[in-house]
Ligand binder design. Structure first.
Ligand code: SF4
Ligand code: SF4
Ligand code: FES
Length: 557
């Protein structure tokens, strides 16, 4: 269902000016499908979303089912979707045009009211009470604030269901983030002696793809992925009950090796990945959905293109380009565009040929020790540059955030910190590090007008935000960037390739991204920062999405 709303800024709303509120209505006892009804509501000072529904019910006499209780962000009853984004209705300010819908992923009881029965069932299954084998030592127990720190963070959960509504991995096999937050509340309590690893696996924690969406939307700012999910995963590792790794996980986690072979025999591998019998076999034995288009390997890798330019040296400050597996073997044009942009700005671009894959696919498959070895190897190499303040540019958001965020969880020491603070996305580097003077002196942009529809990668949205990318793409004066108000594209790394997640992956994309891309006119450029997002867009809409570096390079004259 398309959610695209052009809104005036809240500060531009005048007391008494009319707000357009469209509400999704649905009564399963009489309606065959949901429908929308639009109302005009006069703006009042500091008006919250919930007040517009109150007005429609009380002043306009419309019957609408909606829920709230505390009115002050404490009870979690008022979660709704506002213009495609989940919000607490009692807390968030109004927008001049709003489409209000029930939170997705839940059965609708009526209009905006969701059925929480599934959550309650899942909550009971995680045994939400402290289990103690040790005798109660009496009050006060010898516990420090620090020991209770992580468990205490979980106590801020108001059970609003907002995190579940954005989770791309929720399925019949995975209860989603909110029940895991409750489980972590007990599991991270040092007094608890319950077998939490078993319960976490039963809840399907292995299906979490680490997209950080839950953490970025939680209204009480619980670090859901970082503390609850990673904390539970630590307990699983300690109890040595890590999930058995399937052949598919092993292959996905070693994609860097597959890609290298795939590239070396690209004619054969590109034929194979398109062959219907091979696809059938992959589906039968590895559960890789045959409807997915597997990646196509390029004819000349980025590394070999780059080597041919060895004679070409810009006499300027050095930057390291971390050429990820996808850039090297699948989409070298992104690497070429990045190199050319940096060189036009006078940088001497260098590659680290011996670097390994960042390790993200290993982390997603739960192969932590393999990821640790990879991280250690990369940190040792990258630290040599970071210590000399040479910036390291990473263009694929999940690789960037693995190096910046995940490495420091896997390794300790100073080197990892230095590397982490010295890696940048191209967009961050250009908009935050390169001096503005240099940009305007060295780059001349086309005068052509261009409209860009931008989809952000989950990891990027949760941990960096989209501002650097929007600012970067807006540097050419006549470029107009519109961000798709989407959450996850549904791919969540390799998740969307897996038979058991394929349908859900498409459903997630059909919520916002696919309809908006399909409706975009052909002259509108579709841009996505992540490779899996670009694959998903191409699969579902037949439109090719580009990386921001390609658009930017193309704008330079
Ligand atoms: S963890 Fe946050 S988003 Fe999820 S239910 Fe609790 S308060 Fe809501
Ligand atoms: S990190 Fe992503 S996949 Fe994992 S629980 Fe949160 S939203 Fe779901
Ligand atoms: S009504 Fe309680 S959180 Fe909104």
């Amino acid at each position: 269902m398309k959610i695209q709303v052009n809104n005036t800024n809240i500060s531009e709303l005048k007391i008494g000016s009319l707000i357009e509120v469209t509400i999704q209505k649905f009564d399963p006892s009489i309606d065959s499908k949901p429908y929308f009804k639009t109302f005009s509501v006069p703006y009042t000072k500091e008006m919250r979303i919930l007040e517009t529904i109150d007005y429609i019910v009380e002043e306009l006499g419309e019957s609408i089912a909606y829920q709230w209780f505390c009115g002050v962000k404490k009870c979690g009853m008022c979660g709704i979707l506002v213009n495609g984004h989940p919000k607490l209705g009692c807390w968030e300010p109004v927008e001049s045009k709003m489409i209000l819908q029930p939170l997705p992923h839940f059965k609708v009881i009526r209009d905006l009211v969701i059925d929480r029965a599934e959550y309650t069932k899942n909550l009971m299954a995680i045994e939400p009470e402290i289990c103690r084998n040790n005798e109660y030592s009496g009050f006060p127990e010898s516990l420090t604030n620090l020991q209770m720190n992580d468990a205490a963070k979980m106590m801020h959960c108001i059970e609003c269901m907002i995190c579940i509504s954005v989770c791309p991995a929720v399925s019949k096999d995975f209860v989603g983030p909110a029940p895991l937050v409750q489980l972590a509340r007990f599991a991270l309590d040092p007094r608890d002696t319950g077998f939490r690893a078993k319960l976490a696996k039963k809840a399907g924690i292995q299906h979490c793809v680490g997209c950080y969406q839950c953490s970025s939307v939680c209204p009480t700012e619980i670090p859901i992925y970082q503390t609850a999910i990673e904390g539970l995963r630590d307990i699983i590792r300690k109890e040595e009950t890590i999930r058995p790794v399937s052949l598919r996980d092993t292959l996905f986690s070693n994609f860097h090796l597959i890609a290298k072979w795939g590239y070396n025999f690209s004619s054969l591998s590109n034929w194979m990945t398109n062959n219907i019998i091979i696809k059938f076999l992959l589906e039968k034995f590895l559960k890789v959905d045959r409807r997915r288009q597997l990646p196509k390997y390029c004819a000349e890798s980025f590394e070999s293109w780059f080597k041919k330019r060895d004679m070409f040296q810009v006499d300027g400050p050095e930057v390291i380009l971390f050429h990820d597996t996808f850039m090297n073997y699948i989409d070298p044009e992104i690497g070429k565009a990045t190199t050319e942009i940096l060189e036009l700005l006078g940088y001497n671009v260098k590659l680290v040929e011996k670097r390994k894959c960042c390790g993200r696919p290993m982390l997603s498959a739960g192969k932590i020790s393999q990821a640790k070895i990879t991280a250690k190897f990369n940190v040792e190499i990258l630290a040599q540059y970071a210590k000399r303040n040479i910036p390291i540019i990473v263009v694929e958001p999940s690789c960037l955030l693995t190096i910046r965020e995940e490495y420091s969880k896997l390794l300790s020491g100073n080197e990892v910190k230095i590397v982490s603070s010295n890696v940048f996305s191209l967009e961050e580097f250009i908009t935050k590090i390169v001096e503005k003077d240099k940009l305007s002196k060295l780059l001349k942009f086309t005068k052509t007008k261009r409209k860009i529809l931008l989809h952000g990668h989950c990891h990027q949205k949760a941990l960096i935000g989209m501002n650097p990318t929007i600012e970067f793409l807006s540097l050419p004066n006549n470029y107009e960037v519109n961000e798709i108000p989407s959450s996850c594209c549904g791919m969540a790394g390799s998740n969307g390739f897996e038979c058991e997640h394929f349908e859900r992956s498409i459903e997630a994309a059909e919520e916002v991204i696919f309809p908006m891309v399909r409706e975009a006119r052909s002259e509108v450029e579709i841009v996505a920062t992540g490779i899996s997002c670009r694959q998903q867009i191409e699969y579902g809409t037949d439109r090719k999405a580009l990386h921001p570096a390609q658009i930017f390079r193309d704008a330079i004259i």
